[in-house]
Design a protein around this ligand. Structure first.
Ligand SMILES: Cc1cc2nc3c(=O)[nH]c(=O)nc-3n(C[C@H](O)[C@H](O)[C@H](O)COP(=O)(O)OP(=O)(O)OC[C@H]3O[C@@H](n4cnc5c(N)ncnc54)[C@H](O)[C@@H]3O)c2cc1C
Length: 472
């Protein structure tokens, strides 16, 4: 028997292809009401004074939701836009439009689960079924070769077991038609009412990130097929400058505009049609990291947000807002850190190499509470993903599941390995650009005469280093 009407609540699965909640709802129902809910709690100001979701991410989100609406309209449907708490609004909608069931994707972290539970309980009281679906990972939860509470703590073990005993399911195709009733589909909220401002376009950004399934699919097409970058990904992935050193899929993956299983299938196609090598495998390898942090988050629950992480370490972190803001604003006096933080602030993106270094600097050199760094990234990153972000931060902070005791990054050594000529610094810290070659990474080592020649005043045009960092 078919339902008359099903509500599909879109969350971090803003796509039509490989969307099992949408696919199942269409199979089971005569009509669908697709819904997206802007939840004001996502935009609240945190204790440190910045919004939980900053401007870059908010703009990307609006674009992604808008694109989903357009794509649904092309299939004869639309997207109902709500503004408020899903657990309050969705039950009201179900009554108003005589809905039989609510379908949505399952999340794994505490705030998202709390919303799910509250919604399920409200729906249960009015006799409406809530059905959840596992999405977003490469390997399906039900296909893991271990129960979730036995997820291996060490990545390599996790990866090897998944690769050996599990298979990636085939992605589902996008529907061709979506039947929906005629209703008032609502308007987008004005995010400026939450204090979220518009972001000026940055001419220095690695690339333009436009939210939505269309732009995400276009990026896969461009990176794999047009530019043929996949075959050299392993060698280029630690770069810092330009669109193509890495895939830049992360913002679209974070909101579910593209599915990891679709990427997997494209890699397999590339391997059979173009080339199969270590680079093509490495793309899958990185997507397995993404899965790993999601399953670890599911296993450990709220612990990933606690200061002790999933370990029982004592809390001896420093909580000094002045030091924290020097880091956040890119004013530490250490060019490699400042350049990366300035890129993040201006564009919402930072390379993986940059993230490792700035995170290590905050937790190891400044000893500042790692959760402050994670919260700042949460606000600023255009690709913020709760599990990847908090999981990676735990890892760098030594409170996660890293088998290595000390994950300290020697910044000057990293700068030498990944930006030997200093071009990255020249891009983001133009006030230092007269310093030639690698020397740009350590203006604090220059003589007074050299500083004068390059028109740099330490403590004036560029800060003194806030801490002494090891030489390399
Ligand atoms: C402190 C810190 C915080 C981070 N926060 C986030 C975050 O909020 N969201 C996010 O997507 N990634 C996060 N990462 C992981 C990684 O830096 C980004 O996924 C990557 O830089 C995105 O660029 P890309 O898509 O070009 O990556 P590529 O190198 O092209 O990798 C392809 C995909 O693999 C996945 N991936 C790659 N590296 C990692 C990793 N270390 N952990 C998890 N997944 C990975 C991503 O989905 C990525 O899009 C964080 C890393 C660190 C060190």
């Amino acid at each position: 028997m078919k339902y008359k009407r099903t509500l599909v609540w879109f969350r971090n699965d803003l796509r039509l292809h490989d969307n099992v909640a949408l696919f199942s709802a269409i199979e089971k129902s005569e009509e669908i009401i697709p819904v997206y809910c802007f939840d004001p709690r996502q935009f609240r100001i945190l204790d440190l004074g910045f919004p939980k979701t900053g401007s870059h991410q908010s703009e990307f989100l609006i674009q992604a939701v808008d694109n989903l609406r357009k794509n649904l309209q092309e299939l004869g449907s639309n997207l109902l836009i709500l503004n408020g708490r899903p657990e309050d609004l969705i039950p009201e909608i179900t009554k108003e439009y005589q809905i039989d069931a609510v379908y949505f994707s399952e999340e794994v972290t505490s705030e998202e689960i709390a919303v799910e539970k509250a919604l399920e309980s409200s729906l249960w009281k009015i006799g409406i079924e809530a059905i959840t679906f596992w999405q977003s990972t490469l390997f399906h939860l039900d296909d893991l070769p271990f129960p979730i509470n036995q997820t291996p703590e060490v990545f390599t073990q996790f990866r090897k077991e998944c690769e050996k005993f599990s298979e990636v399911r085939k992605p589902l195709s996008a529907p061709e038609v979506v039947n929906s009733p005629k209703i008032n589909w609502g308007d987008f909220p004005d995010l400026s009412s939450y204090g979220i401002g518009k972001v000026p376009v940055s001419l220095r950004a690695v690339m333009e990130f436009k939210g939505g399934e269309d732009a995400g699919m276009a990026r896969i097409d461009s990176y794999f097929w047009e530019k043929d970058c996949l075959k050299t990904y392993k060698e280029t992935r630690n770069g810092l400058l330009g669109a193509d050193y890495s895939s830049k899929f992360s913002p679209w993956l974070a909101l579910g505009c593209i599915s990891p299983r679709f990427i997997f299938e494209e890699v397999k196609k590339y391997e059979s049609e173009r080339k199969k090598n270590q680079s093509t495998y490495w793309m899958i390898f990185e997507l397995i990291w993404r899965d790993y942090f999601r399953f670890i988050a599911k296993k450990h629950g709220r612990k990933i947000f606690l200061v002790s992480g999933i370990k029982d370490n004592v809390d001896n972190w420093v909580r000094n807002e002045q030091l924290f803001w020097k880091w956040a604003e890119g004013k530490t006096g250490i060019p490699f850190i400042d350049a990366n933080m300035r890129e993040l602030n201006e564009t919402g993106f930072m390379s993986n190499r940059g993230r490792q270094n700035v995170a290590s600097f905050l937790v190891n050199d400044l000893n500042i509470d790692w959760r402050w760094g994670a919260a700042y990234f949460e606000s600023q990153l255009i690709d913020y993903d709760v599990c990847s972000n908090w999981g990676n931060w735990m890892y760098v902070a030594g409170v996660g599941n890293d088998p290595r005791e000390n994950r300290y990054f020697n910044i000057l050594k990293q700068a030498n390995n990944y930006d030997r000529k200093g071009d990255y610094i020249r891009q983001w810290i133009p006030e230092l650009q007269a310093i030639p070659g690698y020397d740009i990474h350590q203006p604090f080592e220059l003589s007074t005469k050299q500083l004068k020649e390059y028109k740099i005043s330490l403590g004036g045009t560029y800060p003194h280093p806030m801490v002494k960092i090891p030489k390399f």
